[in-house]
Design a protein around this ligand. Structure first.
Ligand SMILES: Cc1cc2nc3c(=O)[nH]c(=O)nc-3n(C[C@H](O)[C@H](O)[C@H](O)COP(=O)(O)OP(=O)(O)OC[C@H]3O[C@@H](n4cnc5c(N)ncnc54)[C@H](O)[C@@H]3O)c2cc1C
Length: 446
């Protein structure tokens, strides 16, 4: 990989990872052009989009909610028929088997076109579970589960958080005990996104309460279509019910439905979180740029582009999106060099989620009193920016503004990301812990 790198041998640093700086303190010159293979593959993806999208396509956001739902379903079938689902999975498991560079180029082109990369629960099934299963799963698990994820037969959701175990996930108390050839599961999960549209859930459960808290956890694969699993939707402040509580009362899964080792689920869980936090580094800036253009247009429509305060905030937003673009290239170079996102992903997560609150506050300020009586079409999803093509309706911006509040909470809160950056990047002393002993001896457990 000769491009997308620092011209002297590594984007933003030496081979040993240390940043080289000019006397002025700025990093050395960078070559951010893509290698020639990327251009060839980009044309192929653009041709595919040109062939399969309507001539007047403006992005998913331009469709009404029902229409967008229908489009997403049929688009998923188109992706599946053309081998464009599960980009990085090997072909033997039905994936596209793309190189890292090809998958990034495809993700970029899809983001620019405003088309989804899969269906409603595919983020959990393909990106999170599938990629984790490829690393930790047995051959039997891969052969059983992966084709079902691709066919859309199995729709997954993530059963990590509990009322007393969010940031401190290792504190979880949902239990599983072996009974012959089955695990019996009892306990509760919360904030389960897409739990109402899923039929399978990957569950972190405590399988040894006498071990230290991170050591007695197993990663279970559970079919939700059984009497012992109850899903209760939670209403969000936007009025939508995108996430849920999930209750397990003597729910069951097979003894072999453990991903990784029994009591070794913490390492599996962390692989999956790495995928979740690192995702999108390369395409984030594309989506945020489209969104910022929409805010700028909103300011124009409202006659506020000459207002010095609005101009200043727009300029700050522009700078932030450019920072995300260059940080995305840096993450991309690491990715193309085969490195998994580590603590660096926390910097990106922290930055985009805080930026998103600022830009959506600006949109609501531009709307002024209209934001108090929102009209028009609300956003399509509950995460990050709305799909390209979305209208500049007040209901849209108020919805995205509400959703942005959650951005600094899900996938690890900002405070937790700062802790990771402090300890793992800056080398600050570790947070003192008083819970190093067996889980069942921590006050409140047992
Ligand atoms: C929209 C949305 C979707 C979600 N989807 C899912 C899902 O699909 N599956 C799933 O399992 N979970 C999901 N979650 C849950 C999410 O992962 C948790 O909300 C998150 O980890 C925070 O946990 P908590 O809500 O229990 O807050 P707590 O952990 O109770 O934190 C409360 C406050 O204390 C702060 N805090 C906690 N610990 C520290 C620390 N060590 N240092 C400094 N400050 C600290 C936090 O930053 C926060 O401000 C979702 C959440 C949201 C908002």
């Amino acid at each position: 990989m000769g491009r997308l790198q620092n011209s002297e041998g590594g984007f933003g640093g030496d081979a040993d990872g240390k940043a080289r700086r000019r006397p002025c303190g700025l990093p050395c010159g960078m070559d951010i052009s893509y290698p020639p293979d990327a251009a060839v593959y980009r044309e192929k993806v653009q041709a595919f989009l040109g062939e399969h999208l309507p001539a007047d396509w403006r992005g998913l956001g331009a469709l009404g909610h029902a229409e967008a739902g229908e489009f997403t379903k049929s688009w998923r079938s188109t992706l599946s028929a053309n081998g464009y689902l599960a980009l990085s999975w090997p072909k033997e498991f039905g994936g596209a088997g793309l190189t890292p560079l090809e998958s990034v180029v495809l993700a970029e082109e899809f983001a620019k076109a405003g088309v989804p990369t899969g269906g409603s629960n595919d983020g959990f099934g393909i990106s999170m579970l599938g990629n984790t299963m490829l690393k930790w799963g047995t051959d039997e698990q891969k052969r059983h589960y992966l084709p079902r994820v691709l066919s859309g037969e199995d729709l997954w959701c993530q059963g990590y958080s509990e009322p007393a175990a969010g940031s401190d996930l290792g504190n979880l108390g949902c239990r599983a005990e072996l009974d012959g050839d089955e695990w019996i599961i009892n306990g509760q999960k919360i904030w389960t996104s897409g739990g109402h549209t899923a039929n399978h859930i990957f569950v972190l459960a405590r399988t040894d309460s006498t071990a230290q808290k991170h050591r007695g956890i197993s990663f279970l694969l559970v079919d939700m279509r059984q009497p012992g699993v109850e899903v209760r939707p939670i209403k969000m402040m936007s009025g939508e019910s995108e996430f849920n509580e999930v209750f397990f009362s003597d729910a069951r899964c097979r003894r072999g439905d453990v991903l990784g080792e029994v009591n070794g689920g913490w390492a599996v869980a962390m692989t999956l979180l790495g995928n979740e936090r690192g995702a999108g580094a390369a395409v984030n800036a594309i989506g945020f740029r489209v969104e910022l253009n929409r805010v700028t247009e909103l300011a124009r429509q409202r006659g506020l582009t000459q207002d010095p305060h609005i101009r200043q905030r727009l300029a700050r937003a522009h700078t932030s999106v450019e920072i995300m673009r260059y940080a995305g290239y840096k993450a991309l170079t690491s990715f193309l060099n085969g490195k998994q996102p580590g603590a660096d992903a926390s910097t990106g997560k922290l930055f985009w989620s805080q930026y998103h609150q600022e830009i959506t506050e600006l949109a609501v300020d531009i709307l002024g009193a209209d934001a108090m009586t929102p009209t028009g079409q609300g956003p399509h999803g509950a995460f990050r920016f709305d799909a390209p093509g979305a209208p500049n309706d007040s209901a849209n911006w108020v919805g995205v503004f509400y959703n942005a509040r959650a951005g600094t909470i899900y996938a690890g809160t900002s405070q937790v990301q700062k802790g990771i950056v402090g300890e793992q990047i800056l080398g600050l002393p570790k947070e003192p812990r008083a819970d190093g002993g067996p889980w069942n001896e921590i006050p409140g457990h047992g």
